[in-house]
Write a protein that binds this ligand. Structure first.
Ligand code: ZN
Length: 141
């Protein structure tokens, strides 16, 4: 029964993740271009380093989303990688890239759960990239 439910919701999660993937790809592209612009300007070293840092984080988030899409394909999306329990829908809605249930995530404080979104907020506040703000908004809903 549960298994069927999982399968039924898979296309929905795939659509959600693909939308996030596109946003993150755009965010990464914008950050990369901004970085290369800043890096070619010698006087703007600090800004370049900050942008590089954000681009690296954006690339990691993109990779997280790709991995989550891979889990949808493999039919294991929404299951805790640690204990195999179903990850609560509400947690997935907030962060579909979550790999662990709340209990395991709390024990491990994995970088791929809510923490990644919190980082998002920090970088968006610093920033120029509207895509970052968008991604955070999508994650919070
Ligand atoms: Zn777990």
């Amino acid at each position: 029964m549960r298994r069927e439910d999982d399968r039924r919701s898979a296309p929905r999660w795939r659509a959600v993740l693909e939308a996030r993937w596109r946003i993150r790809l755009q965010e990464l592209t914008e950050l990369s271009m901004a970085y290369h612009g800043a890096a070619s300007d010698d006087s703007d070293d600090r800004r370049a380093r900050r942008l590089l840092h954000r681009a690296v984080a954006a690339r990691q988030r993109l990779a997280d989303t790709e991995e989550a899409l891979g889990r949808v394909t493999a039919g294991v999306f929404g299951r805790c990688e640690q204990c195999g329990a179903l990850i609560p829908e509400v947690l997935l809605a907030a962060a579909p890239e979550s790999r662990y249930c709340a209990r395991c995530a709390g024990a491990a404080t994995g970088p791929l759960t809510a923490g990644a979104l919190a980082t998002d907020t920090g970088t968006a506040a610093a920033g120029t990239a509207s895509a970052g703000t968008l991604a955070t908004g999508a994650g919070r809903r």
